[in-house]
Design a protein around this ligand. Structure first.
Ligand code: MG
Length: 203
């Protein structure tokens, strides 16, 4: 299983990090060792003093595909959930400044907690899904897939030009504004359309 993440897919988030608005999707990968099952504890790695939460809609690929056309992309996933793209912001900044890849900041163990999957058929429109993240019961990130720069179908099509999508692969579709630092003992809870689908405790 591979985890594909889309960066800068919400304008307000790109702006909060002073990043340019991309003209085509930006993507990077996390290894399978980044996967953290729902309700497990996330341990802050010793190499960073600035781990940020990024709540994101996650889709699970259910069919192998390459060069998928946008009009067929919806057939390649049936289940969705929320996940957190944990990011070592201090390390990422260093990598960006040096023009280096981001993996050290993004691909570390446990950096991809994933919630419980739900059938997408229970929702009317994939591009009108609201979601939010609570940190210690306080709403810190609020998003709606209507605000994506690139739709889920466009993302699937784009990524599949470069890398074959396989059954079980996960795609993080980008984070809305409101990213911020996590601390030991924080409880993070993700809500998709007001239904809680994920939780992670920080240690
Ligand atoms: Mg992200």
């Amino acid at each position: 299983m591979k985890i594909i993440c889309i960066g800068r897919n919400y304008v307000d988030h790109a702006k909060e990090l002073n990043n340019p608005i991309p003209k085509e999707p930006v993507f990077f990968l996390k290894p399978d060792t980044a996967y953290l099952p729902n309700n497990k504890v996330f341990f802050i790695p010793s190499f960073s003093s600035d781990i940020h939460h990024e709540i994101e809609l996650v889709i699970k690929i259910n069919k192998i595909g390459k060069h998928i056309q946008p009009k067929f992309a919806h057939k390649y996933y049936h289940e969705i959930t929320l996940g957190i793209d944990f990011t070592a912001r201090d390390i990422q900044q260093e990598c960006k400044t040096k023009g280096l890849p981001w993996e050290k900041a993004k691909a570390f163990d446990g950096s991809a907690p994933i919630g419980t999957f739900v059938q997408k058929s229970q929702f009317q429109n994939m591009q009108q899904l609201s979601f939010y993240l609570l940190k210690n019961k306080e709403k810190v990130q609020v998003g709606n897939t209507a605000d994506m720069l690139f739709t889920i179908d466009q993302i699937i099509s784009y990524v599949s030009q470069y890398t074959t999508l396989k059954i079980g692969d996960l795609i993080f579709t980008g984070t809305p504004a409101g990213v911020g630092q996590v601390q030991v003992n924080d409880i993070l809870e993700g809500y998709l359309e007001d239904k809680k689908v994920m939780q992670v405790k920080v240690k």
